[in-house]
Design a protein around this ligand. Structure first.
Ligand SMILES: [Zn+2]
Length: 307
């Protein structure tokens, strides 16, 4: 807890700068049921909230196997009609360390057959679980070259706030009828993601000497639909500018993606570059930890136990 407090104080002490830029990306589209909204309502609210927040172009990373009917395809089309772009997150969301190179690339190809002809498509690939083969260098390199041969660019992320973990806890609490303090949930979602942006930006500056155009990993959740406007407002208040996914992936840091050398290929590009640069710890955001988020969710959102 003392370390968490220290991190928060450090984040609060960082000077706001107009130079900080970040793009919003949403994975696992079309994602399954959440705690609060129908999936159609989620899409409507998310599109409206992004528009009102002035977010011109976010990226939505699709798992084509989850498109089981017209409703899912219509949700994806609605994001594109609103000006956002879509890209490949594989067909079935496999974990690279748990499958073979051939099966993995076949899954990517299957996802791409669904996506490639659609409006708003970008030839970007986002690794499920941010798993790029971990310690298996041969597998890592085989998939990297397989993706490059198919014309994909690596849709890395530089900022991760574990939004999926908060969403999962909200779903679990709602399923057993617990009372969810929605204001507290909103505040925790916003604070955790803003804290992630500030932490990873400081890490990028230490690792590379500059602040890149960042890519924030989010998921297509009810929390995003409900609180993305609050998150954008909070980011802007801290000096962040929301940029398009196209602009973020045009950043020079993209040249570092798929080239870094680390003992384990996984997670954010920022962490991998920090590791490659042999920066001392902490190289990871303290809230990228389910036990930490568990405690925060239980005490602040469910008002259970002592803080
Ligand atoms: Zn995913």
């Amino acid at each position: 807890m003392r370390l968490l407090l220290a991190v928060l104080l450090l984040v609060a002490a960082l000077p706001a700068s107009a130079q900080k830029r970040i793009a919003l990306t949403f994975d696992d589209v079309p994602r399954g049921a959440g705690a609060f909204l129908s999936q159609e309502d989620r899409t409507r609210r998310l599109i409206g909230a992004l528009r009102r927040a002035g977010v011109r172009q976010a990226a939505f990373f699709v798992n084509s196997d989850k498109v089981v009917g017209a409703a899912e395809a219509q949700r994806i089309d609605a994001y594109v009609r609103a000006g956002h772009v879509i890209a490949n997150h594989s067909a079935s969301h496999p974990q690279l360390t748990a499958t073979t190179v051939d099966a993995y690339l076949a899954d990517v190809d299957r996802g791409d057959r669904w996506l490639r002809a659609r409006a708003g498509y970008r030839a970007w690939f986002r690794y499920p679980y941010l798993d790029e083969g971990r310690r298996d260098v041969a597998k890592r390199d085989a998939v990297r070259s397989g993706l490059a041969a198919r014309g994909f660019r690596d849709a890395y992320v530089t900022v991760d706030g574990y939004d999926w973990a908060l969403e999962g806890r909200a779903v679990a609490a709602a399923a057993v009828g617990k009372r969810i303090d929605r204001r507290a949930l909103r505040d925790l979602y916003v604070e955790t993601n803003v804290g992630a942006a500030e932490f990873f930006d400081a890490l990028a500056v230490r690792a590379t000497g500059r602040s890149p155009a960042h890519v924030l990993l989010l998921h297509e959740t009810d929390l995003a639909a409900l609180y993305i406007g609050d998150l954008v407002r909070a980011l802007k208040a801290r000096g962040w500018q929301i940029v398009t996914a196209d602009e973020a992936y045009a950043d020079p840091i993209a040249a570092e993606a798929s080239r870094y050398e680390t003992p384990s290929a996984q997670g954010t590009l920022t962490e991998m570059l920090a590791w490659q640069a042999r920066l001392p710890a902490p190289r990871w955001y303290e809230r990228n930890d389910e036990a930490v988020l568990d405690r925060l969710f239980a005490t602040r959102v469910l008002h259970e136990g002592a803080p």
